[in-house]
Design a protein around this ligand. Structure first.
Ligand SMILES: [Ca+2]
Ligand SMILES: [Ca+2]
Length: 449
């Protein structure tokens, strides 16, 4: 049994259609040390999504291998900056053939899911998903869906067919799913047949794709951070072979700056342990967006940021930090450790040195002292501190005044009328390196009634 605490990750992708999946995969590989990546499963559409680029099942696999191969060329340098980067051979062993000729909703009505899944429809990818979930490992299997979830649907169909109800329930309980939209018929099928499954549908409740959480990756907020200039300078040029593969054009970026799209990246951002994200709580928000219950599953919630109340604000509010973090990791591909920047280590007095949220019990009217003065930076950079209340993540809607909120030690007077409520205080520790990097801690204040 493994003793790793990293989040496990399986990716289903329609790579080879819109080039933004290539963008997302390149970014993901710079975070390969943060996950136990256990599956990369490409799925091919039957419509013209892939045909447009002349992509068939084999060339789709080759596209992934090329990106893994470029990662292999920079892996040794990445390892000079952070431990835990797997070698390219390991990642290639996770690459499994998913379904081909899946009718996609992008082309109109995809027809019933039963045409896609069932007896005789098992794939290398669907068998692999079952094998991964069956591994003796206490950690959940996080499934990030960048296309449609047809191979996951087939895996679930197979397990329901071959195993007892109790075995099926145990299987389902080990999986967490984050899908970008409903790109084929199998997403709704999964939700209908397996309501117990932890499932996030990252898609606007209005049905308008452009207003979905995931669009906050590149729309709304400061869009200059997704421009061609930004991408060339920070990713694609002079950052080695992995950056050179980063596509400078995608299909559907209406952003006038339009270059970086990465519509699928929020699906795995969601599972990243960065001190802010709490994957078990979609309603608490983080880099991958914020989601609340919609029947048995979770779907886009609203945040307010920069004067905009929207689903995508739940993602774009973090853009400056996640873009700088990506830029630093691209520097790690080519620069020595003494030159590139590395994130600060945020330390909270009274909290264990993990990235998990820190819970504090409090009474109405009490003043709490939150102390991060033991925070450090591996490069010796100067640090600045920001404490703020993430109102949408908590349950208290009144005003809360944080004192000395831009210093290492902040005071929080708990409002008299906040009994029974929960406050989420976010600590951001930012260094003054190039680019400046942000580390988070989340304090959850639980106030007695
Ligand atoms: Ca995709
Ligand atoms: Ca630093």
């Amino acid at each position: 049994m493994t003793t790793s605490r990293k989040p496990r990750l399986v990716v289903l992708t329609d790579i080879g259609g819109d080039p933004d999946d290539q963008q997302s995969l390149i970014r993901l590989l710079t975070y390969a040390n943060e996950f136990t990546i256990e599956g990369i499963i490409p799925e091919l559409w039957s419509g013209n999504e892939h045909a447009r680029r002349g992509i068939d099942a084999e060339s789709q696999m080759q596209l992934v291998r090329e990106i893994i191969s470029a990662y292999g060329e920079v892996q040794a340098n990445l390892a000079r900056h952070a431990a835990g980067y797997p070698d390219a051979g390991y990642l290639n062993s996770c690459l499994k053939r998913g379904m081909v000729n899946v009718p996609t909703s992008l082309e109109g009505d995809p027809g019933p899911a039963e045409k896609v899944i069932g007896e005789g429809k098992d794939t290398e990818g669907s068998d692999w998903i079952i094998a991964v979930v069956d591994r003796e490992d206490p950690r959940p299997v996080n499934v990030a869906v960048w296309g449609g979830p047809a191979d996951l649907a087939q895996a679930l169909w197979r397990v329901r067919r071959d195993r007892s109800q109790a075995e099926l329930e145990r299987f389902l309980a080990k999986i967490r799913v984050h899908t970008i939209g409903d790109q084929d018929a199998t997403g709704p099928w999964i939700r209908r047949h397996f309501p117990a499954l932890f499932y996030i549908l990252n898609m606007s409740r209005s049905g308008k794709k452009l207003s979905s959480c995931y669009r906050g990756m590149y729309l709304g907020g400061d869009e200059t951070l997704t421009s061609a200039e930004w991408v060339k300078e920070n990713i694609a040029q002079e950052h080695g072979p992995l950056g050179r593969l980063y596509p400078l054009q995608t299909w559907t970026a209406p952003n006038p700056h339009g270059c970086l799209k990465e519509g699928d990246t929020p699906s795995w951002f969601y599972f990243l342990e960065n001190g802010l994200n709490v994957p078990g709580r979609p309603d608490w928000g983080g880099w991958g967006g914020r989601f609340t219950k919609n029947g048995s599953f979770f779907q886009d919630a609203l945040d307010t940021e920069a004067g905009e109340t929207s689903h995508r604000a739940t993602v774009f509010r973090w853009r400056a930090a996640f873009q700088n973090d990506f830029a630093a990791r691209m520097d790690w591909c080519v620069k020595p450790a003494t030159v590139a920047n590395h994130p600060p280590l945020a330390a909270l007095v009274g909290a264990p040195p993990t990235r998990a949220p820190h819970f504090i019990a409090a009474h109405p009217g009490e003043t709490l002292t939150l102390d991060a003065s033991a925070s450090t930076d591996p490069d010796g950079d100067s640090l600045c501190f920001s404490w703020w209340m993430y109102q949408e993540a908590g349950t208290y809607t009144g005003p809360v005044e944080l004192h000395e909120a831009d210093t290492p030690v902040c005071r929080l007077p708990v409002p008299e009328d906040a009994g029974g409520h929960q406050l989420h205080i976010i600590l951001e520790v930012q260094d003054d390196g190039e680019p400046p990097l942000t580390t988070y801690r989340r304090v959850v204040v639980e106030i007695s009634a």
